[in-house]
Write a protein that binds this ligand. Structure first.
Ligand code: ADP
Ligand code: VHF
Length: 367
């Protein structure tokens, strides 16, 4: 188990807002420095580190005279816009102590789901690592709208780990491990390892901690751990001040074992876990079998109905019309308004402009 930690060559480390800010608001320079100390040591040991850091919104509060985390998206975005620069400034200064350069990478889920964007994001991260710079990733808060937003960075970190094919994901928070219930309650017990969903049965996974600056609480951390372990990447969850010890292989925090089965391609992971479908295509039984069993592309002939308003290139869910259950998600090749006249029609009867697949098999992930 600890070998998975000490032997990991490429590591994605995610740190939450609650671990970076002072009680009064604003970035806590000392906490940033001690995290950077631990990460710089890893890099000096020849490991590759991608940091996913929250904290932009929290860092922007004090300079804007905001007393608490705003609820509305526009003010959160303004705070993130002010705070992101400050946050990166802190990291740049702190990594400079070790002669290391940092690179800011701001991502939205939509960016990374489309094939060309995905390749681009991967290339940028890969090149930063090759150039021995430390990529520091955050959600692109100023442009992400409510519908497409992660909000928390836990799932983003899991998807970045899949994107860079990391050997390990480390989730750092203000709590030292996953507990069986609210860690403030004396009856809650620490969970050392999680092998699968059975180990989570009976665990009360709660919302954010007392700091009030985090977003997802344990819910999104456990979800992130599921996504990463499903992509074949083990996860360590612990408190930020314990990062160095945990990464040195000490039995600290909660270790989530990776799943043994072969994961789907990383881009499709983003499609399944990071996107919000813009519409639904209802499929007849033949089309469901073609997609689920034979892993074919979706053609107009098997679609019985369409709902939602989407444009070509956006994510849609493919629904088994019989049961109403979503069976797959894919990037659609047509606008919603183009589809009704094509439904149920054989491809050879269609105008040549409309002979392309509705969803190509390479852009499909089973749910
Ligand atoms: N079962 C649990 N085990 C551990 N922590 C939990 C649990 N349920 C809820 N929490 C809370 O989740 C908080 C961490 O989430 P959050 O505040 O979003 O942090 P971050 O900013 O690091 O993402 C902890 O402070 C803890 O109070
Ligand atoms: N992108 C946002 C993340 C928001 C947030 O609070 O995330 P987290 O602390 O990881 O639950 C930010 O930088 O403020």
């Amino acid at each position: 188990m600890r070998e998975a930690v000490t032997g990991a060559k490429r590591i994605v480390v995610k740190v939450g807002s609650s671990s970076l800010t002072t009680a009064a608001g604003g970035i806590d320079g000392e906490r940033v420095s001690s995290l950077v100390d631990a990460l710089a040591k890893l890099i000096d040991d020849g490991r590759e580190v991608v940091l996913v850091s929250s904290g932009a919104i929290a860092a922007g509060l004090a300079p804007l005279g905001l007393r608490r985390r705003p609820r509305d998206l526009a003010t959160q975005q303004a705070a993130a816009s002010v705070g992101q620069g400050l946050l990166i400034g802190h990291y740049a200064g702190s990594f400079a102590r070790f002669g290391r350069t940092v690179g800011q990478v701001l991502l939205t889920a939509d960016d990374v789901t489309r094939r060309a964007h995905y390749r681009n994001a991967y290339r940028t991260l890969r090149k930063l690592l090759d150039l021995k710079a430390v990529p520091i990733v955050n959600e692109n808060d100023t442009v992400a709208t409510d519908e497409i937003r992660f909000g928390d960075n836990d799932r983003l970190a899991a998807l970045v780990a899949a994107l860079v094919e990391a050997d390990l994901l480390v989730l750092l928070s203000d709590v030292d491990a996953l507990y069986t219930g609210d860690p403030a309650k004396p009856e809650s017990r620490r969970i050392d390892e999680v092998r699968g969903d059975d180990d989570l049965a009976g665990v009360t996974i709660g919302k954010t901690g007392k700091a009030g600056v985090g977003t997802g609480g344990m819910v999104t951390k456990v979800e992130a751990a599921r996504i990463a372990t499903g992509a074949g990447i083990p996860v360590v969850l612990t408190a930020a001040p314990l990062a160095g010890a945990a990464l040195a292989g000490e039995p600290i925090g909660t270790f989530f074992h990776r799943e043994p089965r072969k994961p789907p391609a990383a881009r499709l992971f983003w499609l399944a876990h990071a996107t919000t479908p813009r519409g639904r295509l209802h499929l007849d039984p033949g089309a469901v079998a073609a997609i689920v069993v034979r892993r074919k592309s979706l053609l107009p002939a098997g679609i019985t109905a369409v709902d939602g308003s989407f444009t070509a290139g956006e994510p849609v869910d493919l629904i088994d019309a019989g049961s109403g259950v979503p069976v797959a998600r894919g990037l659609v090749n047509y606008d919603a308004v183009e589809l009704p006249v094509l439904l149920g029609r054989s491809t050879k009867d269609l105008d040549p402009d409309y002979r392309r697949e509705v969803v190509h098999r390479d852009d499909l992930v089973l749910l």
